[in-house]
Design a binder for this molecule. Structure first.
Ligand code: NIG
Ligand code: FE
Length: 401
């Protein structure tokens, strides 16, 4: 690990968060921020600094804007059931799925959750992640939700990675509230959100708006409570059916609507107007063997920014490798490699409300960068090949290499 006051990275092939720049660039970093980005041939004055690297592929540090990486236990048995033909929804309705992870998460101490989550986060970091979002949602009591969020915050304090936390109390209806969904929503709105806000433990509030989870009306109550505490909102929406969760999210100027396989045109338009990001989760689509592809052409047509994330969780996407999602977003959803790269950089930053700070290689942005062992940025989406990361830079501090 090295830190220098001013660093010079020259002759770099740069994907800047939006596009691959046509000529080799010199990137200068000072005080943890990007000072300048200029073609190497045209760099006239040579400021004082240390030449850190000459040549290579440079991207913004990758951003995984949707994960559930803090959880207790695992669900390998459920994986086998699904291979035998039992559906994700059937398992959920039988009290398995998310609820089995809730049982394991409630039983786990804060330290045990931390110890289990840390290697998952380290796997993402080894794959180039410098910013990660982590959701609660497997506690479903005030204390257990706070416990999960504390673990997420602690991971961000202990490791060189930026952690954004999201409160997802409305992930599933806890068994003790069976047939009393509105009472649970009351608890979420009147006790959990105020507690989470009072302790500063969440940067956003998420809901799972779905037939097996919460209705649009219930989700709206949660959004109102979130906004009353100045917390931005987002949703798991239109994953298994078209309920209207994404349009609702747009109405609340939400950060993102995620999954969105069943998204329709009016909702795409609403998201475009609201600036709500479409977060694509090809790992869940793949693991659940879904067949309905998100409406990529419509999203392009209305210029809705598309993010790509792992959705890393014990059930629908037990995958903790963001570069694999680049590949899957291309093969399964037909994104171009450049679109997929935008999805884990600039657009992922937007999905977290961090678009003026991270996800781009441009003057003024945080110096969160990755240097890769390949010839062009698009290769990151093309070849599934762990181990290509040479350097990971967070806030100007160089890790690895
Ligand atoms: O994003 N859709 C809801 N929640 C998660 C799944 C969580 C789980 O199965 O444990 C998701 O896919
Ligand atoms: Fe999710």
């Amino acid at each position: 690990m090295t830190t220098t006051a001013r660093q010079i990275w020259q002759n770099m092939t740069v994907f800047d968060g939006q596009t691959t720049l046509p000529e080799p660039m010199t990137v200068i970093i000072a005080d943890g921020r990007i000072e300048s980005v200029e073609p190497t041939g045209q760099t006239t004055d040579h400021p004082d600094g240390t030449l850190v690297r000459d040549g290579g592929v440079l991207t913004p540090g990758l951003i995984d804007c949707h994960t559930h990486l803090v959880f207790g236990g695992q669900r390998a048995d459920e994986f086998e059931q699904r291979l035998e033909g039992v559906s994700y929804e059937q398992i959920a309705r039988q009290g398995g799925g998310i609820l089995s992870t809730v049982t394991a998460t409630r039983a786990a101490s804060e330290q045990a959750l931390y110890d289990q989550a840390r290697p998952r986060l380290e796997a993402l970091m080894a794959d180039g992640v410098t910013t990660v979002e982590i959701k609660s949602g497997y506690g479903l009591t005030t204390d257990d939700e706070l416990k999960m969020l504390r673990v997420a915050r602690r991971l961000g304090q202990d490791l060189p990675v930026r952690v954004q936390t999201t409160f997802l109390g409305t992930h599933a209806l806890p068994p003790e509230f069976k047939d009393r969904t509105d009472d649970y929503i009351d608890l979420v709105c009147h006790e959990m959100i105020p507690a989470v806000a009072a302790e500063g433990l969440a940067d956003a509030v998420d809901v799972f708006c779905e037939g097996i989870a919460f209705s649009v009306a219930q989700s709206e109550r949660v959004f109102q409570a979130a906004q009353a505490h100045n917390l931005p909102v987002k949703a798991h929406a239109e994953q298994l059916s078209n309920l209207g969760g994404s349009a609702l999210t747009a109405r609340y100027k939400g950060l993102s609507a995620d999954h969105i396989e069943w998204l329709d045109k009016p909702a795409v338009k609403a998201m475009a107007e609201a600036g709500t990001v479409a977060t694509l989760l090809p790992g869940a689509f793949y693991t659940l063997r879904e067949t309905r592809v998100p409406p990529i052409d419509l999203l392009r047509q209305y210029q809705v920014p598309m993010a790509v994330a792992t959705d890393g969780n014990p059930g629908s996407s037990p995958i903790f490798q963001l570069t694999l999602m680049l590949h899957m977003a291309c093969t399964l959803f037909r994104l171009t490699p450049q679109e997929a790269l935008q999805g884990v950089t600039a657009n992922a930053a937007r999905a977290l409300g961090l678009q003026s700070d991270v996800g781009r290689i441009a003057p003024g942005y945080q110096a969160d960068l990755c240097v890769w062992q390949c010839q062009s940025p698009n290769e990151l989406a093309y070849a599934v090949q762990p181990g290509r990361l040479i350097h990971r830079v967070v806030n100007g501090t160089v890790h690895g290499g």
